[in-house]
Design a protein around this ligand. Structure first.
Ligand code: HEM
Length: 159
């Protein structure tokens, strides 16, 4: 049976389990007749929607925690929460309005003294995780460009 139509205005009323079963994007709204181009960005679809992005984030933090230069930043950090926040954050960054409820990035990274080279290291590992999940090179570039734009909020060390 095809999934029921749902418009952008009422999608928030669905239970999470219902939402997972829905087909992506470009549904028209029953009340305005407008086509919904917002709720399912194409890039989000190509990352594999929520489940695909969560798998990329899992792989990413496995790499981070195995990296001798980066793992110390995460000592004492709750990784399940971290993975959840990063997944929501990335989904927002690829254009889908998702409910990222974490702190703003400047506050989250204040006091961590993240260096420029560690920022590059994190971006490199994220690129590896995206490629590992067969994300097209053009899309990897798009995601990494958006991440690079966040640099000033994250790198707060002097070097
Ligand atoms: C590259 C872009 C990055 C993005 C998009 C990003 C995103 C995030 C997000 C969404 C959170 C959760 C905020 C919250 O819990 O409210 C977070 C926390 C954190 N990030 Fe990043 N991050 C980035 C780079 C880095 C880098 C380069 C490092 C260190 C090398 C780092 C270390 C951390 C740590 C340790 C936390 C946990 C802080 C805490 O719980 O007190 N992040 N980051």
């Amino acid at each position: 049976m095809p999934p029921a139509m749902v418009c952008i205005h009422h999608a928030g009323e669905l239970k999470a389990t219902d939402r997972r079963r829905r087909e992506p994007a470009r549904r028209s709204c029953h009340s305005t007749g407008k086509v919904d181009l917002v709720s399912g960005s194409d890039l989000y679809q190509r990352l594999g929607r929520h489940a695909g992005t969560a798998a990329i984030v899992d792989d990413f933090y496995r790499r981070v925690l195995a990296d001798a230069d980066l793992q110390h930043y995460f000592a004492g950090v709750s990784m399940p929460i971290q993975r959840r926040h990063m997944t929501a954050f990335l989904i927002t960054a690829v254009g889908r309005p998702e409910t990222y409820r974490g702190r703003d990035l400047s506050s989250a990274h204040r006091g961590l003294a993240v260096t420029g080279s560690d920022f590059e290291g994190i971006a490199e590992l994220l690129g590896q995780s995206l490629r590992e999940h067969e994300v097209a090179e053009e899309d990897v570039t798009t995601v990494l460009d958006r991440i690079a734009a966040l640099r000033p909020q994250i790198v707060q060390a002097d070097n």
